[in-house]
Design a binder for this molecule. Structure first.
Ligand code: PEP
Length: 252
């Protein structure tokens, strides 16, 4: 039995004042949720120290980072290493989000290197994969997703890969208000679980596969009730405490 996991990706939103209000509301709402529902929030990197302080002593909400540099240190102006993230109580690191792939040119090779850097610092990679609308229409969904997984697995090796969280995020559903139907999402998650089982064996049954793409409180329950959907990666709705808590509630 896998726990449900709900991770909020705040993207480039928030401010010191807004974050304090949002975290306060989450802290108040979380105790009413089932203890088996795992929750994470990914603020902007500059806000991680603030969120770490706000969440000190509150072990129900974990912290994630939205990105990391693959190098350990050096002349990489503006970048943040995994070891730097690890100085704070960062549990998750999002990798390969479609915005990083498309807007910032991240390749599968870079994502694999970042994965290794995160795993070396004992944090949990949240590996995001997804197909574009065009790829879906050309029936390439499965080959695109499996090649995104394969390119990372061949670099990281099985043991490290099996400790990751996978997030299936169809690009056409991110921030668009369009959601994959529960059946569409489950069909993909089933393919992903099968691929994980083939390559990693028994441990695949314990790996969490999240769905992301316009998840809201009113569509979360049917998505999360699918056999192979173990929670969600939430963008827009994670900036509103009531909506985010509603989604967490739907996971129970
Ligand atoms: C995301 O960016 O990971 C995401 C799923 O965004 P949204 O929920 O806004 O579609």
């Amino acid at each position: 039995m896998r726990n449900k996991l709900i991770i909020g990706n705040w993207k480039m939103h928030g401010s010191v004042v807004e974050n304090a209000a949002l975290i306060e509301q989450l802290i108040q709402g979380v105790p009413s949720l089932d203890a088996n529902t795992e929750i994470g929030v990914c603020p902007c990197a500059i806000h991680i120290p603030q969120i770490s302080e706000l969440l000190a002593g509150h072990d129900r909400i974990d912290i994630g980072a939205q990105n990391v540099n693959e190098h350990t240190s050096g002349a990489f102006t503006g970048e943040i290493s995994a070891a730097m993230l690890r100085e704070f109580p960062v549990k998750y690191v999002l990798l390969g989000h479609s915005e990083r792939r498309t807007l910032f040119g991240e390749t599968d090779e870079m994502i694999a290197a970042k994965f290794v850097a995160v795993a070396n610092e004992q944090m949990t990679p949240v590996l995001c994969i997804g197909e574009s609308l065009q790829q879906r229409e050309q029936n390439k969904t499965e080959s695109v997703l499996l090649s995104q997984l394969e390119s990372v697995l061949k670099v990281t090796g099985k043991e490290s890969f099996s400790k990751a969280v996978i997030a299936y995020e169809p690009i056409w559903a991110i921030g668009t208000g369009k959601t994959a139907t529960p059946e569409q999402a489950q069909a993909v998650h089933q393919v992903l679980r099968h691929w994980l089982a083939t390559h990693l064996g028994e441990v695949s049954q314990r790996m969490q596969i999240l769905y992301g793409g316009s998840v809201k409180p009113d569509n979360a329950k049917t998505l999360f009730s699918q056999n192979d959907i173990d929670g969600g990666l939430i963008g827009g709705a994670s900036l509103n405490a009531e909506a985010f808590l509603g989604i967490c509630e739907a996971a129970q």
